[in-house]
Design a protein around this ligand. Structure first.
Ligand SMILES: NC(=O)c1ccc[n+]([C@@H]2O[C@H](COP(=O)([O-])OP(=O)(O)OC[C@H]3O[C@@H](n4cnc5c(N)ncnc54)[C@H](O)[C@@H]3O)[C@@H](O)[C@H]2O)c1
Length: 337
């Protein structure tokens, strides 16, 4: 099986590539026939793409790296040829950046996805896995979204992801393409670019600095370890039904204030290190996914509880200053998402 992973040098895509290549059978595909004979990473290496994320598998002869843009039709056509499966992670992914400027989000997330879908259609790719987000549903005060819930995105980021989800599903309905869509909750874990809330807070605290807490800190997110997310994607890649959407969640909801309290404790810091900042425009109050479908159909359950996952993640950032210090030197200090 030849797998093309777009955005494979980013946070989640690189975990997927490491998982596919490192430990077949245990953490990767459950069906040995689905172990990859080749994995191609197509990545533009934007600010959040980093070849260091692939260092553990760099010497694997099955891995090929192509630096390029998913909007580049000629390149995409050439790269897609010969692959059985596309797992599509490449995206502009940070809500705050989409508020400052939406154009790259529409270009990469919508046009880039359409460019890939067209190439997959031309080349008869067997399966297209489109990786998306719970943010496409907007915000929910009580209860949890099921996969049939109407889409009501509130940020330019989530609107562009909703557009790409609908395009992917339309290629299934219109052309009969084998497309599956996953929507997950907030990911955390190693190799996450330090603009997102957990690595931003942890690295600021490890540096002796302060952390910016949006609004009243009452926004609630479900936290999912990146490895559990990738296990769920692998199950969907192998066994998901064409044309279907599958939720992948972590099962632990925390308010930003609760998360902050946890991170302060893990970094031996107090509330004097927290600086309240004006709330994000259009900030969704709560996200919550119902994951019954993937649990019942594919046997998915999160395996890493939040306390263990956060402890390991904080330790990873303690141990990998050489990875994040150069990245932090180049980003704005007050963004958190
Ligand atoms: N991080 C989360 O909590 C989360 C939650 C839900 C869904 N998602 C989705 O998962 C996917 C991966 O997210 P992530 O957190 O790993 O993001 P990331 O920003 O860490 O990685 C994105 C990768 O895509 C690459 N990329 C960006 N534009 C590209 C282009 N035009 N052509 C080729 N490559 C390009 C970047 O270089 C980077 O390597 C995204 O589709 C995102 O919407 C993420």
């Amino acid at each position: 099986m030849r797998i093309l992973v777009t955005g494979g040098a980013g946070f989640i895509g690189s975990e997927y590539v490491r998982m596919l290549l490192q430990a077949p059978g245990s953490t990767g595909p459950t069906d040995p026939h689905l172990e990859p004979s080749a994995v191609t990473v197509l990545d533009k290496l934007t600010y959040s793409g980093n070849l260091q994320n692939l260092a553990p598998v760099r010497d694997d002869p099955r891995l090929r790296l192509v630096r390029g843009d998913i909007c580049d039709q000629a390149l995409v056509d050439e790269v897609v040829a010969g692959h059985d499966v596309i797992v599509h992670f490449a995206a502009e992914s940070h809500v705050d950046r989409s508020i400052s400027g939406a154009a790259p989000f529409v270009t990469t997330n919508v046009l880039g996805t359409q460019t890939l879908l067209d190439a997959a259609l031309r080349h008869g790719t067997h399966r297209f896995v489109h990786v998306s987000t719970d943010e496409v549903y907007g915000s929910i005060d009580e209860g949890s979204w099921t996969e049939t819930w109407p889409l009501a995105p509130n940020s330019p980021y989530s609107a562009s992801k909703a557009g790409s989800d609908l395009l992917a599903l339309a290629y299934h309905r219109t052309h009969g393409m084998d497309v599956v869509v996953t929507r997950c909750s907030n990911n955390y874990g190693p190799y996450q670019f330090p603009e997102k809330v957990i690595p931003l807070f942890v690295t600021n605290l490890l540096d002796g600095g302060t952390v910016p807490l949006y609004g009243d800190g009452g926004n609630i997110r479900d936290w999912l370890h990146v490895h559990d997310h990738c296990r769920g994607i692998a199950m969907v890649q192998e066994k998901g039904r064409a044309g279907e959407v599958y939720h992948i969640g972590g099962g632990t909801e925390l308010s930003n204030k609760e998360l902050t309290a946890w991170l302060l404790q893990a970094c031996d810091a107090g509330w004097d290190r927290v600086v309240p900042v004006t709330d994000r425009k259009g900030h969704d109050r709560r996200y919550s996914l119902d994951i019954s479908k993937i649990r019942l159909e594919l046997g998915y359950a999160p395996s890493i509880d939040l306390e263990r996952g956060l402890t390991q993640t904080v330790q990873w950032y303690r141990d990998h200053r050489a990875w994040w210090e150069p990245l932090k030197a180049g980003i704005e200090p007050a963004v958190a998402g």
